[in-house]
Design a protein around this ligand. Structure first.
Ligand code: ADP
Ligand code: ASP
Ligand code: MG
Length: 403
């Protein structure tokens, strides 16, 4: 008998009607004699609403309470799913992370799953039952509830597939697969049938929110194939796997873009060893993720300008930390909230020269100014003004023949 993990995202369980619909999907797997485990997100909007409430209570809402609050969303959706499955004659019960347990390590709001104890789940499967498991949440050594980062239910499903030794793991969402770029932002986006872990990891990390980056990393490390499908329409989805890409003349596989980035420039910093470390140390201590970094070469060897990007949400905190930092001196600080990173991703660029030039030329032809550039083996990212993102994606999609 095959074992399958099915994960349903927020919109897939976003209303009572949707929950009834996904229970029918679960039923089809039961009819095909699968052993089914379900992982669910909170109903769409619930987690955002809880975050808003915590902010209204306090700007410095306690981290542990934040996790206790946020993890409540998944409890509701899972109980509703299990309740509906029972209603249609499928034996089911919900499990919260602490009941299993799903053990995590690391800071609140950004913990990582360390282990899932599957004994009870296995016993329940043997009796023909469908366990419905809360995504996103876990429990730490101190028996406090934790959460594993926004969109974390993807990672819960993938790690569960690992521990339960599932034959398949399907991520059900509101699009019918991974597209060359976000299909909601660009109508000429094309569905990708098969994508390898490395490309998917880059796309996810660079802003394609269809898969949570950590979950793709977990799938890659444990060699777990993932299917991404729609819970709205019955259509073939996308397979995320380790196998090399089939031959195609496509050099670029996908284009990602970010929303809500901010650029900070520190002008006239003393140019001496260790200064960058002094700037970034307090940021790292406060879990502020610094993304692109450029340092201008100083003409006189005395002073330099340092530019880097962060998430807009972290801007206030970052500004405060830099101003409080007595270990550095500089002339001026400048901030720019309305910037976005646009990236092209594809293993094909390893063997094909001239990709950087084509990317820059395509943007230049649309008069889009590049603010910062960063590259890796399989991706090139540029920072542009947020107002140019749509045009930049369209130009690059066309240039690399993805339309
Ligand atoms: P869920 O709630 O099911 O986890 P998400 O909202 O996290 O769903 O992810 C699905 C969304 O990801 C889609 O609605 C789509 O707008 C967005 N998305 C971004 N980039 C891509 C892409 N390259 N392919 C498909 N969807 C994408
Ligand atoms: N409910 C959580 C969130 O909105 C986790 C998830 O949806 O995967 O981030
Ligand atoms: Mg998601």
């Amino acid at each position: 008998m095959k074992t399958i993990v099915l994960k349903f995202g927020g919109t897939s369980v976003g209303s009572i009607k949707r929950i009834k619909k996904i229970c029918k999907i679960i039923q089809t797997y039961k009819k095909r004699k699968f052993q089914v485990l379900v992982v669910s997100s909170a109903m769409s909007g619930v987690t955002n609403d809880l975050i808003k409430k915590s902010k209204e209570i306090s700007e410095n809402f306690d981290n542990a309470e934040y996790d206790a609050l946020l993890s409540s969303g998944e409890q509701v959706s899972c109980a509703l799913i299990a309740g509906r499955l029972n209603h249609i004659g499928i034996k089911s019960r919900s499990w919260q992370s602490w009941q299993i347990p799903i053990i995590t390590e690391g800071p609140h709001a950004g913990a990582r799953i360390n282990k899932i104890v599957v004994k009870e789940l296995k016993a329940f499967l043997k009796t023909g039952g469908v366990p419905v498991i809360t995504g996103f949440q876990g429990i730490n050594k101190k028996f406090r509830l934790t959460t594993i980062g926004r969109s974390g239910s993807d990672a819960t499903a993938i790690i569960l597939a690992k521990y339960i030794k599932a034959d398949e793991c399907v991520i059900y969402t509101d699009v019918d697969g991974i597209y060359t770029t976000d299909p909601r932002d660009y109508i000429k986006a094309k569905k990708i049938k098969k994508i390898n872990y490395n490309e998917m990891l880059e796309m996810a990390s660079l802003g394609s929110k269809v898969m949570q980056p950590t979950s793709v990393q977990d799938a890659k490390l444990n060699n777990i194939d993932i299917k991404v499908k729609s819970s709205f329409v019955e259509r073939s989805g996308t397979l995320i796997t380790s196998s090399k890409k089939e031959f195609s003349d496509q050099i670029i596989t996908g284009i990602s873009s970010t929303k809500n980035d901010a650029k900070i420039t520190i002008i006239g910093v003393k140019d001496r060893p260790g200064v960058a470390a002094l700037i970034f140390k307090p940021l790292s201590k406060n879990y502020i993720n610094v993304d692109m970094v450029v340092q201008n070469i100083s003409l006189d060897g005395k002073e330099t300008d340092l530019t880097f990007t962060i998430k807009s949400d972290d801007l206030k905190k970052t500004e405060k930390l830099i101003k409080q930092n007595k270990k550095i001196s500089y002339k001026k600080l400048s901030f720019n909230k309305g910037v976005s990173k646009v990236s092209i991703i594809g293993v094909g660029m390893i063997t094909t020269p001239g990709i950087t030039y084509r990317m820059f030329q395509a943007l230049a032809s649309k008069k889009i100014n590049i603010l910062v550039i960063s590259t890796s083996e399989i991706k090139i990212s540029v920072l542009v003004s947020a107002k140019h993102v749509k045009r930049a994606v369209a130009a690059l999609h066309k240039e690399f023949k993805l339309d």
